[in-house]
Design a protein around this ligand. Structure first.
Ligand code: PEP
Ligand code: MG
Length: 582
């Protein structure tokens, strides 16, 4: 038995068997094939195609999301490509020409096809390149006996162990089968952590060496509450954790009892508690956790699935689905925030030296106006189905905001000219997540209908600490006086001109800082749906003036160590040793 300490990324307890996810590119062997053995080599190819086809059919059965129909159509197109007789003929001809093993023939054929398609001035064909890569990767994996490559293919309950997991891997994994996540890399606000919380999968990240220890089939316990992982637990540890798991579930059920009650302080201040979602299916969690609406829908996850970029129609359907399934509650959809750790093979933003400071979010959209306009058209069209709010990410100054408005205006005029209906009164807000935006929030407040503070990035950029880097995670401190001062400034500037301020960074869902945010005057808290009941419990047990007193004391302190110690001790005294969801 070995216990490792990491970063608590998603609460809950998981006990299960290890599945190690390794996604390095396979090394392709190359060896000559005797002419007499060429038919056998071709049979190997056909057998691999058959297995790949069966694998895709299995995947189709799992395509249950809202975009299940599109996913099924997309997978069907891969079945057609796999079984295209011309494709088999190309491989057979090349096999006879090159007389090397079929894996080598396949990657050469793929390379040739990709180069040809790249050279053509045909957008549609260029978009098919990703499909060719995907299909040939599948065949290759079967030829090389690497069957389970995609996390979408999991069919047994497992605890996922990985060195690192890209958000684009996490978004496609078969969520019903992943009971826990343990990773060497990652921080609490990395997007993989955010997805784990969204899917309510207990997760511990930043473990440094879990992949060196854990092997497929080992038993492992993920304690997402304490940020610990126990590898090959002994009988006593297993017994203890089975009990903790039961208590944790009971605690969650008790909190659900607050679902229909408002988040109102004892002295009558009503707070809005919203949920953050990443995929349309999560809309169900709004009712099950008593959210008032959606404070952040991270639309970029639609763009992170393998395959082509979502079309206007696909986006329209996803946005409409969310709006229609939430009644008249407000839904804040953030425009594409691609880049940083959210990279997609289908978008041209790879290979930057410093992606976190690079071509992200609104910067990317303003230099890819076609992609931006397609999304805005889909959003405006969907606006007739509910209470939509549009939000621009990573605004760093007023110029960027004005340019975003210009594009929005062009899209509005286009739709009006086409006679396409859309809501005329959509509130448009911005995320405050870059220090320059926080410092100029008095100027920005006059041009936005609302603010939402993105603390995940605001902390990252203010303290200059990469939010996904486990080595410096100790510096990533929400209670740093610089962060608290910026939040205070933003709220004051917004309130001066009468616009509401929300927070959709992970800090909003941390019950340890609820009193501080309340005291600073935050109007809306938006978080992973599962965190709502605990935050609501705290809001309902305190008064606004108590929060203001806490802020008064904290803001006088000189360091985050001091503030953190004060607030933890205060919460402990005030709420006892009950479990917190952070
Ligand atoms: C944030 O930065 O706080 C935020 C909510 O956006 P994201 O986590 O998607 O960068
Ligand atoms: Mg952000």
């Amino acid at each position: 038995m070995k216990e490792l300490a990491g970063i608590s990324a998603s609460p809950g307890i998981a006990i299960g068997k290890v599945f190690v996810h390794v996604d390095e590119a396979p090394v392709i062997p190359r060896y000559p094939i005797d002419t007499r053995r060429l038919p056998d080599e071709m049979s190997r190819f056909r057998a691999a195609v058959e297995k790949a086809t069966a694998e895709i059919h299995r995947l189709k059965e799992h395509a249950t999301d809202i975009d299940g129909a599109e996913q099924a159509a997309f997978l069907e197109s891969h079945v057609l490509m796999l079984n295209d007789p011309e494709f088999a003929l190309t491989i057979e001809t090349k096999l006879h020409e090159q007389r090397t093993n079929v894996e080598w023939v396949l990657i050469n054929a793929r390379q040739e096809m990709v180069e040809k398609m790249n050279a053509l001035d045909d957008e549609y064909l260029r978009e098919r390149i990703a499909d060719i890569q995907d299909v040939s990767r599948r065949i290759l994996n079967h030829l090389l006996y690497r069957e389970k490559t995609s996390l979408a293919d999991l069919t047994e309950e497992i605890v996922l162990v990985a060195h690192d997991l890209l958000p684009s891997d996490a978004i496609v994994m078969n969520k019903r089968m992943v009971k826990g996540i343990a990773m060497d890399a990652g921080g609490r606000t990395s997007h993989t952590a955010i997805l784990a919380r969204a899917f309510e999968i207990p997760a511990v990240l930043g473990l440094s060496e879990v992949t060196r220890l854990a092997r497929v089939g080992d038993t492992i316990i993920v304690d997402g509450n304490r940020g610990h992982v126990i590898h090959e637990p002994d009988a006593a540890a297993t017994k203890r954790y089975v009990r903790v798991q039961r208590e944790w579930r009971k605690h969650e059920v008790q909190l659900m009892g607050l679902n229909d009650l408002p988040a109102e302080t004892r002295d009558g201040k009503l707070i809005t508690l919203n949920a953050n979602i990443e995929i349309p299916d999560e809309v169900e969690s709004i009712a099950t956790h008593g959210a008032d609406g959606i404070g952040l829908y991270r639309s970029e996850f639609l763009f992170l699935r393998p395959g082509n970029l979502p079309t206007e129609e696909e986006q329209y359907r996803a946005y409409s689905y969310v709006l229609e399934n939430i009644g008249d509650k407000p839904v804040t959809i953030r425009t594409l925030d691609i880049g940083g750790d959210k990279v997609s093979p289908d978008l041209e933003a790879l290979g930057e030296k410093n992606p976190i400071l690079g071509w992200r979010a609104i910067r990317y959209c303003l230099s890819h106006v076609d992609i931006f306009k397609t999304q805005l058209r889909a959003l405006l069209r969907a606006s007739v189905h509910g209470a939509l709010r549009i939000m621009f990410p990573m605004i760093s100054g007023v110029e960027e905001l004005e340019r975003a408005y210009e594009v929005l205006e062009q899209v509005r005029s286009q739709l009006s000219a086409e006679g396409v209906p859309y809501a005329r009164d959509i509130p448009v807000g911005i995320m405050i997540e870059v220090p320059s935006a926080a410092m100029t929030s008095d100027i920005l407040a006059k041009r936005a209908d609302f603010f939402s503070i993105g603390t995940n990035d605001l902390i990252q950029y203010t303290i200059a600490v990469d939010r996904g880097n486990e080595n410096i995670a100790y510096l990533y401190e929400p209670c740093h006086p610089a962060v608290l001062r910026l939040i205070q400034l933003v709220i004051r500037n917004a309130h001066d001109v009468g616009i509401p301020v929300g927070m959709c960074g992970e800090m909003a869902g941390d019950p340890n800082v609820t009193m501080i945010l309340l005291g600073l005057g935050l109007d809306e808290f938006s978080m992973s749906a599962a965190s709502i009941p605990e935050v609501k419990r705290i809001i309902r047990s305190v008064s606004l003036s108590e929060g203001e007193d806490v802020v008064g004391i904290a803001m006088e302190m000189k360091s985050y160590t001091e503030i953190d110690a004060y607030i933890r001790e205060y919460m402990q005294r005030r709420f006892g040793t009950e479990v917190f969801a952070s």
